[in-house]
Design a binder for this molecule. Structure first.
Ligand code: NAD
Length: 310
């Protein structure tokens, strides 16, 4: 089809998502990243893939150019300021958008910033929604992400669903604008707290003389079962594919979960919500992230930190 999709932010997640969007949607693609290396990595990979076929990918020089050239625009950037810049900056999406176009931001950012940006998109008679994802880099590569979409109408979700399903396997309409981010932030907060509990319980059991692998197996068939026990278990060698079995590499870095817990804590402040266990959780991750040897490791490295620090 002659339709063109746009993708801004070809990082850890965006690189794979844009690849899947291109491969599975059959549309032309226009991409942009502030880092030229991220762009060339993406272009080189796709050149190799399409030896007989001509490449339907164009590199834009700004978010504005992406917005001018595409009907559907994805953004996958690190934090709130990057989204503000990409949408509202001098050469931002807003300066190139026209009525009827649709933008999905999949970054995990502050819900208030997302609302600010999508309101501006609406003023241009275009549509902007939040659509953060769960599933990590592995899910992005495999195309199995879950999209949590905040949109005022179900019909908007139906419009973006085919494109999102080319990058993921679930699209959930969470409610009005901002609710996708609320779902994402609350999920990751629970994940963060649960990992602290899993590491402390397994550490205690070990200190009391129990085999932590047997203890994990018992938890897996008992009421302590959780994703942090049955999938991302912190004990090296218990699950062959967990980050803990690979030197705590390749999972969800401490400094990234800390960012997401920070978003929850800030939202809690705005709403005067009690967050006592979460506050302590935030402090634990912040403390551990100050050790250079742990800050880039998977968050289950908390177990190793406990073990090494008694
Ligand atoms: P990343 O830092 O690897 O990638 C971000 C990309 O955005 C980089 O290539 C960077 O050069 C580019 N960028 C930064 N500012 C830009 C701008 N103004 N214009 C254009 N490009 C710009 O980050 P990531 O790991 O891909 O994560 C992206 C978002 O997804 C974050 O909000 C993160 O919290 C969320 N997320 C990450 C994971 C994960 O496992 N990594 C999982 C779910 C959600």
């Amino acid at each position: 089809s002659e339709e063109t999709y746009g993708f801004i932010g070809l990082g850890q997640m965006g690189y794979h998502m844009a690849n899947n969007l291109y491969k599975n949607s059959g549309k032309n693609l226009v991409v942009y990243d502030i880092n030229p290396k991220a762009v060339s990595r993406f272009i080189e990979y796709n050149k190799q893939q399409s030896s007989n076929d001509s490449l339907r990918i164009e590199v834009a020089s700004s978010p504005r150019e992406v917005a001018e050239k595409s009907s559907f625009i994805m953004t996958m950037l690190p934090e709130s300021p990057h989204i503000k810049e990409a949408y509202l900056g001098e050469k931002g999406i807003l300066s190139g958008i026209s009525p009827g176009k649709i933008c999905v931001d999949s970054s995990t950012i502050e819900p208030t910033v997302s609302l600010e940006v999508t309101k501006e998109v609406a003023k241009a008679s275009a549509i902007g929604v939040d659509g953060p994802v769960s599933g990590g880099v592995m899910g992005a590569e495999a195309g199995t992400l879950t999209f949590m979409v905040g949109a005022p109408e179900k019909s908007i979700v139906e419009r973006v669903e085919p494109a999102l399903l080319s990058m993921g396997k679930n699209v959930v309409h969470c409610g009005d604008l901002g609710t996708g981010l609320i779902a994402k932030i609350c999920n990751n907060l629970l994940l963060a707290v649960t990992m602290v509990g899993a590491c402390e319980a397994l550490h205690l059991g070990t200190k009391l003389g129990m085999d932590p692998k047997l203890l994990s197996s018992i938890m897996n068939i008992s009421s302590g079962r959780s994703w942090t026990i049955d999938t991302a278990n912190p004990i090296p060698g218990y699950l062959p594919n967990s980050p803990s079995s690979k030197g705590y590499e390749g999972g969800f870095a401490i400094k990234l979960i800390l960012k997401d817990v920070g978003l929850a804590m800030s939202a809690a402040k705005d709403t005067k919500s009690s967050m006592m266990a979460s506050a302590l959780t935030e402090q634990i991750y912040r403390h551990v992230s100050n050790y250079e040897q742990y800050s880039n490791k998977d968050f289950s490295v908390l177990y190793k930190w406990l073990k090494e620090n008694k």
